[in-house]
Design a protein around this ligand. Structure first.
Ligand SMILES: NC(=O)c1ccc[n+]([C@@H]2O[C@H](COP(=O)([O-])OP(=O)(O)OC[C@H]3O[C@@H](n4cnc5c(N)ncnc54)[C@H](OP(=O)(O)O)[C@@H]3O)[C@@H](O)[C@H]2O)c1
Length: 331
């Protein structure tokens, strides 16, 4: 199916989030009618400049309340689910949001005969030790049961101006003498630009992605966690100790850190860090990647310095010297 933008109403659950902004921007540019379904539409005003007057409409929906989900999906031609959480808080549990929540979206899409695109995550696995990864697998299963033609997109860690990864570690490096390398920092990632994942969503809407297929989305480089921390430090021109933290020790600290308003690390995230977060050989072999969608992914070094400059000692006025960069004092 090739959608005609002006006649196509797309409901984007989670459209107010980090990836959501990139998806809404990409859809708006192509002329789609966009309904952004969020818990607090009154706080999503920042989406309006991404489209023309009246093109983007925010409505209230909470994935934990199926009636609100159904109301937000009513009349939509395409339903996109970008809702996810990294840690649990009160009723915002992994199962409620990423499991049954995803099911509620898919059932609503099925009820209205809408095409469905669901964003999951690399590592989704019903047998995983991490509850996050298990709930992502459950969500995928529910979605495909309700809408067998749904396209599932599983990205690796996302980067972009509002990301929660590079910004977080750069912020820690600004105030801390050391950065922790959980499990020695050997876990491998394949960071992918949020704009490229948004392009994959567009490809799926335009009928360029296989129906019922699961794509794994990674950027052009595979890097260990330690290499990513070295990249952050080199980018912000700071020298910090990279401190290996064995999994067992991280597991002891995480229960304390998880009670911060926005936890630095939870026991569940320690479990996630035990497995590599990269595109699988099977996905590459079977053409379930960005390349198969005709997308040439952008490199970290092209985008990340454009927003990490604010963590340099003198912001945009600082010049990087040969002395700047990571201090590897641990091997
Ligand atoms: N960021 C990454 O590195 C990464 C990596 C792999 C996969 N993913 C997946 O990509 C998707 C988007 O991630 P992101 O980084 O953009 O996350 P994000 O910035 O935290 O955005 C999540 C969105 O979900 C909404 N949301 C949360 N709970 C909700 C609920 N109960 N009902 C309705 N909406 C709810 C949030 O809105 P409010 O809280 O304002 O209501 C927000 O719009 C998620 O599925 C995530 O698991 C992300």
């Amino acid at each position: 199916m090739t959608a005609i933008p002006l006649e196509t109403l797309v409901t984007v659950f989670g459209g107010s989030g980090f990836l959501g902004r990139h998806v809404v921007r990409a859809l708006a540019k192509l002329g789609y009618r966009i309904r952004v379904a969020v818990r607090r539409p009154d706080l999503a005003g920042y989406l309006q400049p991404l489209g023309r007057v009246g093109q983007i409409h925010a409505v209230q929906a909470n994935l934990r309340y199926p009636a609100s989900v159904e109301a937000a999906a009513r009349g939509a031609d395409v339903v996109i689910n970008l809702v996810g959480i990294l840690f649990e808080r009160g009723r915002q549990t992994f199962d409620a949001v990423q499991g049954s929540g995803a099911e509620a979206v898919a059932l609503a899409a099925a009820a209205f005969g809408a095409r469905m695109i669901h964003v999951s995550a690399i590592g989704a696995d019903e047998h995983a030790a991490s509850h996050y990864a298990r709930s992502k697998a459950a969500g995928e299963k529910f979605v495909l049961a309700a809408v067998p033609s749904a396209t599932i997109l599983r990205p690796s860690v996302l980067f972009g101006p509002e990301d929660d990864f590079f910004n977080k570690f750069a912020a820690i490096a600004r105030v801390s003498p050391a950065l922790p390398l959980v499990g020695g920092g050997h876990t491998r990632f394949q960071p992918v630009f949020a704009g490229d994942v948004a392009a994959a969503v567009v490809a799926a809407i335009e009928g360029r992605a296989g129906e019922g297929k699961t794509y794994e989305l990674g950027g052009p480089e595979v890097k260990s966690f330690k290499e990513l921390m070295q990249f952050v430090l080199a980018t912000i021109g700071r020298r910090r100790l990279l401190l290996p933290l064995p999994f067992a020790l991280a597991k002891l600290q995480a229960p304390v850190l998880q009670f911060m308003p926005k936890p630095l690390l939870t026991p569940d995230q320690v479990e996630l860090l035990r497995s590599d977060n990269v595109v699988s050989e099977a996905a590459a072999r079977e053409g379930r990647t960005l390349a198969a969608l005709g997308i040439d992914p952008i490199a970290m070094a092209t985008v990340v310095p454009s927003y990490l400059w604010r963590f340099r000692k003198t912001g945009q006025y600082g010049r990087l010297t040969a002395d700047d960069g990571p201090r590897i004092g641990t091997e």
